[in-house]
Design a protein around this ligand. Structure first.
Ligand code: SAM
Length: 272
């Protein structure tokens, strides 16, 4: 039988843009939300004690958790329909169009991967906070082993099926980049690491977290770390294109980066 709390999570995830998320992850986010918000925590305590889904607090809490999940995850998906078919190049193109970041990058993949891998041929890629970017491996110059990580959601299943169907060596697994112990366990002997458009989210979660994450990743001696940032807001407005804070963090960590841009994105490349 579904408990009151489970039903609450089911209700939260009923919104179309959130329904790819794993209920267990939503539950974890609810706990984190209540830990940092005393007023909501009191509402939730009362609600879960009385188990009254008609109480005013129910709607309030549903809204608050949806906002948190949307901020973290929901805004990136342009469409939720994901008919996978046979993962032909045409299917993959259509899938890449369903995620904001890969859609924006679609006409530039050849240029980006050409730039990154002109001199260094990757043997493996750890794509952290990957979204649907692993599907872009069809643009890579060679067959690499592709390790895809993101927050727990249905896209990971899609990526796993993609790897199997296209006989691409790789795996897709849930990983919360805020959890450094989990990152330490998940990222083993990396060659090339992608952190595409994810550090802003992590900084929003906890200021200074990117530095700790980068320090951990550098200690694993990858050959290359590629970090990118959007140069436009989700609404399409131009936003800060120079990430001075990242350059400072990299200097403090004793490494330097080259950079290049495409119309909607700024890339930093750390070669080691
Ligand atoms: C703007 S999207 C970029 C997706 C992909 N890297 C790309 O550029 O195509 C940000 C991604 O970071 C993921 N993300 C946000 N916070 C995360 C966290 N704490 N751990 C893992 N992934 C996270 C989101 O789920 C989302 O897929």
């Amino acid at each position: 039988m579904t408990t009151f709390k489970e039903q609450f999570i089911i209700d939260v995830l009923k919104k179309q843009e959130l329904n790819g998320l794993d209920p267990f992850f939503a539950q974890k986010e609810l706990d984190a939300l209540l830990e940092t918000n005393d007023a909501l925590s009191r509402v939730a305590h009362d609600l879960f004690l009385k188990e009254n889904h008609r109480a005013a607090g129910y709607k309030l809490l549903v809204k608050a958790l949806r906002k948190r999940l949307r901020d973290k995850f929901g805004v990136y998906h342009l469409q939720t329909k994901k008919k996978t078919g046979t993962f032909s190049d045409d299917d993959v193109f259509k899938l890449l169009q369903t995620h904001r970041s890969t859609n924006e990058r679609l006409s530039f993949y050849a240029q980006v991967y050409g730039e990154l891998f002109a001199k260094i041929v990757p043997t493996s890629i750890h794509d952290l906070g990957c979204g649907l970017n692993p599907l872009s491996s069809i643009f890579l110059p060679t067959n690499v082993t592709y390790y895809a990580f993101d927050l727990p959601n249905k896209d990971l299943h899609l990526l796993q099926t993609f790897f199997q169907t296209r006989q691409q060596t790789g795996s897709a697994a849930p990983l919360d980049l805020m959890d450094l112990e989990a990152v330490d366990n998940a990222v083993q002997r990396p060659d090339t690491i992608f952190l595409f458009k994810v550090l802003d989210d992590l900084e929003r979660g906890k200021r200074g977290h990117s530095k700790k994450l980068l320090e951990l990743l550098l200690s694993k001696h990858p050959r290359m770390i590629v970090i990118s940032f959007p140069t436009q807001t989700i609404g399409g407005k131009q936003q800060q294109s120079h990430r001075g804070w990242l350059v400072r963090v990299l200097t403090e960590l004793g490494v330097r980066a080259d950079s290049f841009v495409i119309p909607t994105e700024l890339f930093f490349v750390v070669k080691l």
